[in-house]
Design a protein around this ligand. Structure first.
Ligand code: ZN
Length: 305
């Protein structure tokens, strides 16, 4: 009798476990860090959260830092509560303990998404710049690392002196996949047209790009560098996975926001965030993904299918 009980208890436990696996997938926990930025963070953080959550894959929380110049000692994100940190922050240094906790989180396998001007932050923080691979502005120059761009089928590391980070006028531009078989890019068109946005160029840094996902040509007619610029890529840091997208300059409101309303921006954000958190991408290619000729807008930050 005792023996039978044990067997039935085991069966119950295994049924519960398999039942858990069959039922709705556990959401990926994303922590968006914002509160200081030279960009419209009150719009961008809301849009990031809404985009992530409307996919049904993520549970997103937001931590808002003290405002610029205020006491940062109480700023203490709980990295242990999330699978992936989404950086929408460009501002005052974090307390040393928080910096160390963040480095440990990533070293141990935590995911990171570096979004747009987040790669402007912390020019003097070595580990952070290794997570970004490339950054701009905030005094970056040849001491920050080489310029890195795509030329003749390969990444060039250009050590010539000069400031890091610039962009021309906002415009629509075409992105070209350079690693089309990566989980993040697989199945998507090799070329797609992005909604009106800045095109970051002349970025510098350690340049430790792992997989180069997309480049775009910074047209001198739009006051760009004349180079094919790496705009989206992955980075490895310890056991952690980082997805870096330079796209998504926030508009004045959520309803006037062509770069973040672009279906291409949103789909890559969703795929990159899932990959950074789990190493996999389980999302199908949506019907409204842009083509090389045609932009595609999701006014409500939600897939139509
Ligand atoms: Zn911007």
């Amino acid at each position: 009798m005792k023996h039978l009980f044990r067997i039935s208890a085991l069966l119950t436990v295994s049924l519960l476990l398999s039942g858990g696996a069959i039922s709705a997938k556990k959401p990926v926990r994303a922590l968006i860090i914002t509160g200081q930025n030279n960009h419209n963070w009150p719009v961008s953080n809301v849009v990031l959260k809404q985009t992530l959550e409307s996919s049904g894959l993520f549970q997103a929380s937001v931590i808002v830092s003290p405002s610029k110049g205020k006491d940062m000692s109480g700023f203490n994100p709980d990295f242990g509560s999330c699978d992936v940190v989404v950086l929408d922050y460009n501002g005052d240094p974090w307390p040393e303990a928080v910096r160390q906790q963040f480095v440990q989180f990533v070293r141990k396998g935590g995911g990171v998404v570096v979004y747009h001007a987040a790669d402007n932050a912390f020019a003097d923080w070595k580990e952070f710049n290794e997570m970004c691979a490339l950054g701009g502005w905030e005094g970056r120059n040849e001491k920050s690392g080489p310029y890195v761009y795509w030329k003749d089928g390969a990444l060039v590391r250009d050590t010539s002196p000069g400031s890091g980070g610039s962009h021309g006028a906002q415009h629509e531009y075409v992105l070209t996949a350079r690693t089309p078989n990566h989980p993040i890019t697989k199945g998507l068109p090799v070329q797609w047209k992005h909604g009106r946005d800045e095109l970051y160029d002349r970025m510098r840094g350690p340049g430790n790009i792992d997989a180069l996902l997309y480049t775009a040509y910074a047209d001198p007619d739009k006051h760009g560098s004349g180079r094919e610029e790496p705009l989206m890529f992955t980075v490895r840091f310890g056991r952690g996975r980082i997805f870096h997208t330079m796209l998504g300059h926030a508009g004045s409101t959520a309803d006037d926001n062509p770069s973040m309303q672009c279906a291409g921006f949103q789909v890559l954000l969703l795929r990159g965030t899932e990959w950074a958190a789990t190493g996999k991408v389980t999302q199908p290619v949506p019907a409204d993904f842009p083509t090389a000729q045609q932009t595609s807008t999701r006014a409500n930050y939600q897939s139509k299918d």
